[in-house]
Ligand binder design. Sequence first.
Ligand SMILES: C[S@@+](CC[C@H](N)C(=O)[O-])C[C@H]1O[C@@H](n2cnc3c(N)ncnc32)[C@H](O)[C@@H]1O
Length: 268
Amino acid sequence: MDFVPDYTLAKKQVHEEYFNRYTSAYVVTNEDLRISMNFVPKKCNNALVVAASGDHPLFCSLYGAQHVDTFDVSYNAKCMMDIKVAALNCMDYVDYGQFLEDLHISCKSQSVNITNVKYMDKILQKLPKTEAEYIRALNEEPLFSRGPSPIVSGVLPTFKEYCKLRKKIVKPYDFFLTGISKLETYLEKSYDFVHLSNIFDYVSEGSYADLLLPLMQHLNPGGRIVLENFDDDCGFGLDYMERKILSNVNNSFVLKKSKYLHILERVR
Ligand SMILES: C[S@@+](CC[C@H](N)C(=O)[O-])C[C@H]1O[C@@H](n2cnc3c(N)ncnc32)[C@H](O)[C@@H]1O
């Protein structure tokens, strides 16, 4: 059965800082996805990434994933991702950037009015009915207020990337509405690439292994899981990963470290 949003709860939770079911979504990413998506394996049939602003799945597709499943604890993230895919399919390059910028500015302002944003009406007609009704009902709430300015941040696709995306992304991404702790219960396939950067910052350090080990069972040989750089962010490094995680998987994974990321790669 489709998810039925709770408008009353949404009006309350959208103002909370911690990630929840109705956390305000990022309009564009604050990560450099052009670095982490370089780790999408050459042959990548299935990938799994957070929905966030929609940029994670879009860049994952751009860097070679054939099919991308998405998840997020926030329903607003799913809405933002679907808005972006709809915008991509009905706007030219300049309008797309301006539309995201206008949405960002509206949601950051004191007097939010989402349906007043130019082209929003057209986009809402392309969204699933429940989502369009939800956005209309919460028109004056900052549903999409996180993250940097789309135009200033430099994270919008280039014109060439935009043209590639328009050809490749013709329908919404599949989505699981769940926090990372229950994600594994939704998974029915195995993946070549799983992107978890910036998710583990928000879970308790003691639960890393419990969360990661089940997801590692869903990785194909040659597949990779991208994590953030634990050394820099949380004080956990190779030592922790080796003791708590790699020792549990019979040498079937290796840990690689780049400047910004930890990569768990399944070798057999
Ligand atoms: C962690 S935030 C950080 C923003 C991110 N760096 C970006 O570029 O969009 C990204 C997304 O993760 C979601 N999120 C946060 N904690 C989560 C969790 N425990 N499980 C699932 N999704 C989560 C948020 O709702 C948000 O949409």
